[in-house]
Design a protein around this ligand. Sequence first.
Ligand code: BTN
Length: 264
Amino acid sequence: MADSWFEDAIAAAVAPQLPGLAVEVVDEIDSTSSELMRRARDGRIQPTLMVAKRQTAGRGRMGRPWQSAQAEREPASLTFSLGLPLMPRDWSGLSLAVGVSVAESLDPSNAADVALKWPNDLWVNERKLGGILIETAVPQDGIAERYLVIGIGINIGAREGTGMSTAPAWIAQWRPDATAPQLLREIVPPLVSQVLLFGERGFVPFAERFAARDLLRGREVQLSDGTTGHCEGVGWGGELLVRTASGMKTVTSSEVSVRPRAAG
Ligand code: BTN
């Protein structure tokens, strides 16, 4: 059925800020982010929202796979990528800003406790609800702007945590009737406007909003290089601030992973 994913409504909602958004819903693809990156490298840089009902090679951060939840009839995960040309003065903090936008759309009053785990995870009740993968491509024709691809995966229906490094949470735990198309429609228009805001003003307008949902602030954390310390939140550029035995450490690399340490 045409428009069953609200394609036209989404394109119309973002048109004042981002005219000409192509909305594509595909039954199956390797990865929506891989596809938009391939296109961008070929010079195809039209703003595009690509949603997949199923990904066969979904990717997460640091080369990890991203596996959607399986369901008989309708997608139990929402998996999509938004691609658009963007040229902020500073890219630092973009994944945090995207997280803020998505968390606020999913949980406007913070009643469900959707938290943000630096740099790019959505967590609920100490479990992972979703993830964000930020990539950029420099189009072949060498135009000045980069093409930004924001990939987002969110668990909607119940799923097994077997083999996952973090146990999963899912939207149906507090919104049992939520569907993937509905959530897409709620998430994408604010996301477009917040990404454009980031393009103009960087992370500053997001810093306090991130702090309000910061999962790690005030907790003992461990970085992937083994460093441990007390998390003091994030700075104005989105960097993670960790007080360690040898002083304050600022973590900027998206290649660093950080985990809350178990209490006690
Ligand atoms: C992470 O948790 O490390 C990020 C996960 C991002 C997954 C989404 S699903 C849609 C898009 N396509 C991909 O291959 N990855 C992102």
